[in-house]
Design a protein around this ligand. Structure first.
Ligand code: DSN
Length: 430
């Protein structure tokens, strides 16, 4: 039997066929997801709308290149342009955050945090981080995560009374526990974090200070939230939240940590960097350096405040009584449905949120008392305070009237009017 042979035309089609021509199944799902994003009010605070230019860099031929190593020190030939892209990303990032050192290669937040621990502490050492149930992150010491399995974890939380970080209590805990590293930063904390206070506590107990600024990085870059620099030793951020870049992460630090961090990222944790992603990070940093980005991030915060006002006007309680940043944590204890049901019900009226534990939550993570809502994506679409306030009221209506179909229909119509008035990528993406 003859083996099939590659003809010139079958070979060429690989380079000329669009996604639509090549793979109808995946193309159809991409189109459906585009339409879904257009038709919903997306309130997940860790998501945002990257620019068309960022998406273009992600879809570029830079994807094709291997480049283990760092600019000028690669294990593969042909990296003259890849080196330049990485250097531009590094320079822009230093300018944006005012840091001495940056590594732009981390694939995402979790491997970046793992690299930091690898560079600074030994397995079994004490790591102090924020309790996930109080707003921390899995990689800050959750027992099911590599961090909780590899290190001795000391968790701090928020005060039961104020639902905010109490730096005196955290300091006392650090003095007693003497951790090797103290991680500040959160994924569900609606208040300003005093990174400087954390760095001072770490210094007093002889620990490395590390801030995971993933959620508020865009606000910090624009000066809308206080920066962890220059006090903090090492800072990690993902690039796709309020920074509005590609999915990915970076590690910034004082210069003295640079060599150990470079070694920990490669070859310690990762192989070849994702060059298309690094190019997209560079594009996002360039965008964030423009004056418009400060206006945009200030609007994210104003919108979150208005969203919170609307939620409270609708009868809901916000954890800590409000927000200083891009998100609100909503306590549904006085509503007839809790986090899991609220997430599902809100999906049916095209409002996307995520269920979330609240501090001292008596319920379980898969069926918690709260939801988390935020404004980066809405702000990217041009929503302003009056609409965000109305959205807060709409959410309250839904969760207080889960059986009332007329409420659901009315909210669905309101969502339709709002989303049609604010199209995403109005000139298309192809
Ligand atoms: N899972 C992300 C969030 O939603 O906040 C953090 O990694």
């Amino acid at each position: 039997m003859n083996e099939p042979t590659q003809t010139k035309s079958s070979f060429d089609s690989r380079f000329s066929n669009s996604l639509k021509m090549e793979d109808e199944t995946i193309y159809a799902f991409v189109q459906k997801e585009f339409a879904r994003q257009q038709d919903v009010l997306e309130l997940i605070p860790s998501e945002s709308l990257p620019s068309r230019a960022v998406l273009e860099a992600l879809g570029s031929v830079l994807n094709n290149k291997y480049s283990e190593g760092y600019p000028g020190r690669r294990y593969y030939g042909g990296n003259q342009f890849i080196d330049e892209v990485e250097k531009v990303a590094i320079d822009r990032c230093k300018q944006l955050f005012g840091c001495e050192y940056v590594n732009v290669q981390p694939y995402s937040g979790s491997p970046a945090n793992a690299s930091i621990y690898l560079a600074t502490i030994n397995y079994g050492d004490k790591l102090m981080g924020m309790n996930l149930a109080h707003g921390g992150h899995l990689t800050h010491g959750h027992k099911l995560n590599f961090s909780g399995k590899s290190y001795q974890i000391v968790s701090y939380g928020v005060s039961q009374e104020t639902e905010m970080l109490d730096y005196d209590v955290i300091k006392k805990q650090a003095m007693e526990e003497k951790p090797k590293i103290i991680v500040s930063g959160s994924s569900a904390y609606p208040r300003t974090i005093d990174f400087k206070a954390f760095a001072e506590i770490a210094q007093e107990v002889g620990a490395v200070s590390m801030s995971d600024i993933s959620h508020v990085a865009g606000l910090i870059a624009a000066g809308v939230h206080p920066s962890p620099f220059p006090e903090t030793d090492i800072v990690m951020t993902t690039t796709h939240k309020t920074l509005c870049g590609p999915r990915g992460a970076i590690i910034m630090a004082k210069a003295k940590f640079g060599e150990a961090l470079d070694k920990a990222v490669f070859p310690g944790m990762q192989g070849g960097p994702h060059n298309h992603q690094i190019a997209a990070k560079a594009v996002a940093f360039g965008e964030a350096l423009k004056p418009e980005f400060k206006v945009f991030t200030s609007q994210i915060v104003k919108n979150a405040h208005a969203l919170g006002e609307g939620l409270m006007e609708g009868g809901l309680r916000l954890v800590s009584g409000g927000t200083d940043n891009h998100l609100c944590l909503v306590d549904l204890k006085n509503a007839p449905i809790k986090g899991k049901e609220a997430e599902t019900l809100l999906d049916t009226v095209n409002i996307t949120v995520n269920k979330n534990m609240i501090p001292y939550d008596p319920r379980k993570p898969l069926d918690p008392s709260g939801i988390r809502v935020g404004t980066p994506t809405l702000t990217g679409r041009g929503f302003t305070e009056s609409e965000c306030r109305e959205i807060g009221q709409m959410i309250a209506k839904v969760v207080f009237n889960p059986q009332d179909q007329s409420v659901m229909n009315r909210v669905r119509e309101q969502v339709k009017t709002m989303t049609q008035a604010h199209p995403i990528y109005p000139t298309g993406l192809n």
